[in-house]
Write a protein that binds this ligand. Structure first.
Ligand code: PMP
Length: 396
């Protein structure tokens, strides 16, 4: 008899892990490694949020179990925040508080997918989506996009991928890893397509506040109100408030789906840590000044990285419109001689650059997009410039 279930045995090891563990090992050995791998802000969590958590620690009511689906005050605060930031009016009964956005993603697929149900996933995709779809019993149907279309999926592509088993479209804007932001008109067209064909949309809005220049975030159920009955919104505090370690996210949807998901959560995890939930009340109800400060730092860093990457011969990089990633096409670096070694895939390139320049990035293979590479610009300006300079020197 096999030791692990087929369900777990089928989970692919993360392609990012090889590079990541090697980078960590080099750092531990005292090497000066510049890491572009992290998907998290380098800022500390704003002080008023930390203070709310410290207060919550001292209040014994937070030492006890609370409702599995989330503190009622937090669900109210999330509903109010959603109206404030997205113009989407929802009731507290439509909110489920989860252990991070990642848990909301998994719960959303588990809530909607029966075995064999198909979920359309545009690539490049955040590496967790296909795995959580498979775990939930669904079948990921990957639709490739590339830099020639700004990494955006078209209605024609969605139509070509649609079958009678299509249950869900996974949509994310601003996007990880490509940094693409769909225009409100594009969001509307996709939402209307979903309504017309009875396809559910899971829309991941975790990077909603991180948009640059004149790019604009639009929430799909706001621009297409008819979608509300077949839409789940996934969000969380991790990226907006520099709270990756606090593990609070949420899912918003029709109350029947949210209720079923809360039942599931009541057996799987029970409530999210009360202290983290209280911190989240302060985050989502508080001012957005710190968010604006971080956004302007990311704007500057993204512009620097974009310029410096494009200056490297063999690298072409679109302007990052949102999130905090550059996703350049680096196929021009493949096959080039570097100290007697060459890389023939971006997976090998990541390994080569880490070894020779002590710079870590995530190869496109991790996102279903070989030929590309993800560089996070959520790190200090000096490190950022130093890291890209080292790559430029390696290939000069
Ligand atoms: N969605 C996307 C697109 C992400 O990039 C991430 C974090 N990498 C998440 C969801 C989940 O974030 P968390 O679980 O930290 O809230």
């Amino acid at each position: 008899m096999k030791r692990t279930s087929e369900r777990l045995a089928a989970i692919a090891p993360s392609a990012t892990l090889a590079v990541d563990s090697k980078a960590k090992a080099l750092k531990a050995a005292g090497e000066n490694v510049v890491g572009f791998g992290a998907g998290e802000p380098d800022f500390p969590t704003p002080a008023h949020i930390v203070d709310a958590a410290a207060d919550a620690c001292r209040d014994p009511k937070n030492h006890r179990y609370s409702p599995a689906g989330g503190l009622p005050e937090l669900k109210e605060a999330i509903a109010a925040k959603t109206l404030r930031d997205s113009g989407y009016e929802v009731e507290a009964t439509q909110v489920l508080v989860t252990n991070g956005g990642k848990h909301a993603v998994y719960t959303a697929f588990a809530a909607l997918c029966d075995p064999g149900d198909e979920v359309i996933v545009p690539a490049p995709y955040w590496t967790t989506y296909p795995e959580s779809i498979t775990l939930a019993g669904g079948v990921p149907v990957v639709v490739d996009t590339g830099d020639e279309t700004g990494f955006k999926v078209t209605i024609d592509q969605l139509e070509a991928a649609r079958t009678e088993r299509t249950k869900v479209l996974l949509f994310v804007s601003p996007d990880n890893p490509s940094g693409a932001v769909y225009t409100p008109a594009e969001v509307r067209a996709i939402g209307e397509w979903a309504v017309e064909h009875g396809v559910w949309v899971i829309t991941d809005e975790i990077y909603e506040h991180l948009v640059y220049g004149n790019h604009e975030f639009a929430s799909m159920p706001t621009v297409v109100p008819d979608l509300a009955e077949q839409c789940l919104v996934v969000n969380g505090v991790a990226k907006t408030y520099a709270m990756t370690g606090w593990r609070v996210g949420w899912m918003i949807g029709p109350s029947d789906v949210v209720k079923a998901s809360a039942n599931f959560q009541s057996h799987a995890t029970s409530n999210v840590c009360n202290v983290a939930q209280r911190a989240t009340i302060a985050a989502v109800s508080g001012p957005l000044d710190d968010v604006e400060m971080m956004r302007s730092a990311f704007t500057r860093r993204g512009a620097t990285m974009h310029r410096m990457l494009n200056d490297i011969e063999g690298v072409t990089c679109l302007e990052p419109q949102g999130a905090f990633y550059c996703f350049p096409n680096v196929t021009g670096l493949l096959g080039r001689d570097v100290g007697g070694r060459t890389a023939s895939t971006t997976l090998e390139l990541a390994d080569l650059v880490l070894e020779q320049a002590k710079v870590a990035f995530v190869p496109g293979e991790a996102f279903g997009a070989p030929g590309y590479a993800r560089f996070s610009f959520a790190l200090g300006d000096d490190d950022l410039e130093e890291g890209v300079r080292r790559i430029a020197e390696l290939f000069s």
